[in-house]
Write a protein that binds this ligand. Sequence first.
Ligand SMILES: Nc1ncnc2c1ncn2[C@@H]1O[C@H](COP(=O)(O)OP(=O)(O)OP(=O)(O)O)[C@@H](O)[C@H]1O
Ligand SMILES: Nc1nc(=O)c2ncn([C@H]3C[C@H](O)[C@@H](CO)O3)c2[nH]1
Length: 283
Amino acid sequence: MALGGPGRQLRALLRASLGPRVQGQRAESGPAPRRAPRRLAVEGNIAVGKSTFVKLLVKTFPEWHIAAEPITTWQNIQAVGTPTAGPPQSVGNLLDMMYQQPSRWSYTFQTFSLLSRLKAQLAPSPERLWQAQQPMHVFERTVYSDRYIFAKNLFENRFLNDVEWAIYQNWHSFLLQEFTSHMLLDGFIYLQAAPQICLKRLHRRARVEEKGLELGYLEQLHAQHEDWFIHKVTELHFEHLKKTPVLVLDVNEDFSEVAAKQEELMRKVCRALTLSYSEFTWW
Ligand SMILES: Nc1ncnc2c1ncn2[C@@H]1O[C@H](COP(=O)(O)OP(=O)(O)OP(=O)(O)O)[C@@H](O)[C@H]1O
Ligand SMILES: Nc1nc(=O)c2ncn([C@H]3C[C@H](O)[C@@H](CO)O3)c2[nH]1
């Protein structure tokens, strides 16, 4: 478990942001001040346990809002613009197509996953979050992992050719520059586990599209995460991203039935965010 320099950075950043982001002063008996929601992203390998971890976050911090990864959107590409009555029809499962024929479908997948992640990060925080005492908007993966984990890995395996990679990066840089203020994050939580552990969890979950995935692929994705978050050798193209703090949590251990382990993880999140754990233990 590593909560060293990056953890300290995250604490400092959040402490610095507390004052100015309170909108309006609390009057004697007036309404509570509105705090702009902070934005955190959870990153990690396939099946490392991101969805499981964010469920734990919501159990511990019920007022937080989670933006789940839009996987069902990728599994059911909707026809648009057809003048038929009734709900839109699915015209294909792009996740499955990408895994079945990566050379053919990787570019299509990455442009669409980028679009869907961009929409998720541009979406305003729900109104109820603005009333919360410690409002937090949590994203399961981001436009950044789209490029610096998945697309980069596909390019390095030649499933994106030079032209596709150049065009993808062009779009990515352009869109993120256009929407910079919406893309800022207060921190990343990197869930770290051995690829072998992820493979076991992947097999246990048994998502149909992933049945052909092998250890080698999870090892490559693990290396991409480590290069970005731990060794810091990935070339990043956004200044704010280079400064975004990272909290690393070791999730090799099974915490599903171990309350003490769950509490330890949540305490680490609280400590990194300078929140009092006792205010949130409602379960
Ligand atoms: N710490 C853990 N110990 C044991 N099993 C776990 C742990 N975390 C998650 N799991 C199990 O591993 C499987 C994958 O977990 P989950 O769906 O949360 O992964 P994910 O990171 O969200 O996956 P993806 O990358 O595909 O979105 C599930 O069956 C889940 O119950
Ligand atoms: N190629 C590719 N690019 C992405 O940006 C990306 N994001 C997620 N995934 C895959 C991993 C899981 O199977 C499944 C759910 O996370 O979707 C991706 N695959």
